[in-house]
Design a protein around this ligand. Structure first.
Ligand SMILES: NC(=O)c1ccc[n+]([C@@H]2O[C@H](COP(=O)([O-])OP(=O)(O)OC[C@H]3O[C@@H](n4cnc5c(N)ncnc54)[C@H](OP(=O)(O)O)[C@@H]3O)[C@@H](O)[C@H]2O)c1
Length: 350
């Protein structure tokens, strides 16, 4: 099988570095281009990056010379780890040049013709690509993955929604420092502290959830009718977003039925066979004090969401807590799994 040549846009940032680490030995994809700010143009990646991954940076990648953001039709996939303000103009330019842009940025997540995908949940939404390509006259395209806290939350909620009809969700998050990029929140603002504000995050969770859990029909997504209220907090942990909440359903499940549904959750056969798919997208841990960020964040190489504390709720029907790796399930791992789905579905080029 020939490996698909890929670029990483924003390769020096927190998500960009995770892309490099996860793609270094990828069976289907080969990193051929790394992009950062124009001031670094032509410099070796290894000299410019402040490498914060626990694995060592392979020599061959360290020697790749950084380029500017100009579209490069020689690559088939561009993984975007750019700030949304930059992604807004850059991603369409790459898609127009014939490249499949697989994006972490929020710029196009809610666009009507852009698939917002979690492979275990809504791979059928990829069909929006046909409309996108026809409408925008692109050979390439843009496919997005959700915001990091949404990714963790929706992986836990999707099987419950399908089985019991989720109607309302009151959600509180505890989000890691690496969710703000690198160097991110100043240490003097975050150490020994909790900050109850992350700009735009609550709105993203509330909106993206309904699109991902929505239904594909007549080349559009009909959003799920779920009323969500999100309250977000930045906490002094390095990696891992925790999300806890109270849920109301059309048919209230017992905690036991909810846990059995979560444990049985699997993607399609195609999705289960993708190189980045974890053995199980959700693990349920019934120990009273789990999941814990430091102990459980790396389950399934960071692609498994751990759910715990599933119990009855005096306000709604059920309470729960979910934990996932914001840079893997919530960012680079999610985008790589999306790119694998796109390639395996034969949708790389229009
Ligand atoms: N961190 C997370 O957990 C997470 C999760 C999901 C989604 N996201 C999203 O993913 C994106 C990246 O986040 P991050 O946390 O990795 O941010 P980050 O650490 O601030 O990294 C930003 C990257 O963009 C590059 N860049 C900035 N301006 C550029 C330009 N004009 N041309 C080319 N490259 C440019 C930077 O390169 P230089 O180093 O040269 O400036 C850096 O490589 C954002 O849209 C974010 O919202 C992040």
């Amino acid at each position: 099988m020939t490996r698909t040549p890929v670029a990483i846009l924003g390769a020096t940032g927190a998500v960009g570095q995770k892309f490099v680490a996860l793609l270094a030995d990828h069976p289907w994809f080969e990193i051929v281009q790394l992009v950062a700010s124009a001031t670094r143009d032509g410099r070796c990646y290894g000299d410019e990056v402040r490498w914060r991954e626990p694995t060592s940076l392979p020599d061959a990648i360290a020697q790749i010379r950084l380029t500017t953001i100009a579209p490069n039709p020689e690559v088939q996939i561009a993984f975007s780890a750019l700030d949304a303000s930059i992604a807004h103009d850059v991603e369409p330019a790459w898609a127009e040049a014939g490249v499949m842009v697989v994006s972490n940025a929020s710029a196009y997540r809610m666009a009507d013709d852009v698939p917002l995908i979690v492979p275990e949940i809504n791979p059928d939404h990829l069909a929006l690509l046909d409309r996108q390509r026809a409408g925008r006259m692109w050979r390439g395209g843009i496919v997005a993955n959700p915001n990091c806290s949404t990714a963790v939350l929706v992986t836990a909620l999707a099987p419950l929604h399908r089985a019991f009809g989720l109607q309302r969700a009151a959600i509180a998050t505890l989000q890691a420092a690496s969710g703000a990029g690198y160097p991110g929140v100043p240490s003097l603002d975050l150490l020994g502290n909790v900050i109850p504000y992350i700009g735009g995050e609550e709105e993203k969770i509330e909106r993206e959830l309904t699109k991902i859990l929505g239904t594909y029909s007549d080349a559009r997504i009909v959003p799920a009718e779920i009323l969500a209220s999100a309250m977000v907090h930045r906490v002094p942990v390095v990696d891992g977003h925790m999300v806890s909440g109270s849920l109301a359903f059309a048919e209230a499940p017992s905690p036991e039925a909810a846990m059995a549904t979560l444990r049985a959750f699997r993607g399609s056969e195609l999705v289960q066979g993708l190189p980045s798919s974890p053995r199980t997208p959700v693990e349920v841990d019934e120990r009273a004090d789990r999941p814990q960020t430091r102990l459980d964040v790396d389950r399934g190489q960071g692609m498994t969401v751990t759910v715990g504390r599933v119990r009855a709720c005096p306000l709604h029907d059920l309470r729960f807590v979910a934990l996932g790796h914001n840079l893997v399930r919530g960012a680079a791992g999610a985008a790589i799994q999306n790119a694998e789905l796109i390639r395996a579905s034969g949708a790389l080029e229009g």
